[in-house]
Write a protein that binds this ligand. Structure first.
Ligand code: 5CA
Length: 155
């Protein structure tokens, strides 16, 4: 396993969960790649996106089929505005590179929002630290482990 996956799995273990991480030789860098590799619907892939809302770095967990509406996110975060983070901001805040950012277990404790549409699936798949690794989880468990606020931020 890679160091990034090890770090994420260790963070999950500290939260009391044992994750089932699979690595895919075809890659899972984008939600589309991940859905093809896993063999699930695009909508069942969790995108773990980093935004800067009112100067604060936050994580948004949203379905692979959806885009985040930054106005809705700003409102949810109680901020005047929100923009997507740059790649280096993502790496600094989470400790993981774009394409492999997991939904929790980040280098810093970041406020996290989970879009409500994810709760409509029995199981979703999220990145596990690298652009070739994913794990399945029930969305309710994901919200709990990520300490996420459930919000409506999908466009
Ligand atoms: N492993 C997959 C599926 S779980 C994954 O991580 N998908 S993702 O959507 O969460 O991560 C890719 C996202 O990173 C893209 O949707 C895009 O919003 C963002 N991104 C891509 N390139 C950059 C970049 N150069 N800077 C900042 N964000 C980027």
């Amino acid at each position: 396993m890679s160091k990034a996956i090890d770090r994420f799995v260790a963070a999950a273990a500290e939260l009391g969960v044992e994750l089932r991480v699979t690595r895919y030789p075809t890659g899972t860098r984008t939600a589309r790649d991940a859905a093809a590799a896993v063999g699930c619907e695009l909508a069942q892939i969790v995108k773990s996106l980093v935004f800067v809302a009112g100067g604060r770095v936050v994580v948004v967990l949203v379905s692979g089929a959806d885009r985040v509406d930054t106005d809705l996110l700003a409102t949810a975060a109680g901020a005047a505005d929100a923009r997507q983070a740059r790649a280096e901001e993502v790496a600094d805040a989470t400790g993981f590179a774009v394409g492999g950012v997991p939904p929790f277990g980040h280098a810093h404790n970041l406020d996290t929002f989970l879009d409500r549409r994810l709760l409509g699936f029995e199981e979703v798949w999220a990145a596990a630290g690298t652009p070739d690794a994913c794990f399945p989880i029930a969305p309710g468990d994901l919200a709990r482990l990520a300490g996420a606020s459930v919000v409506d931020v999908a466009q």
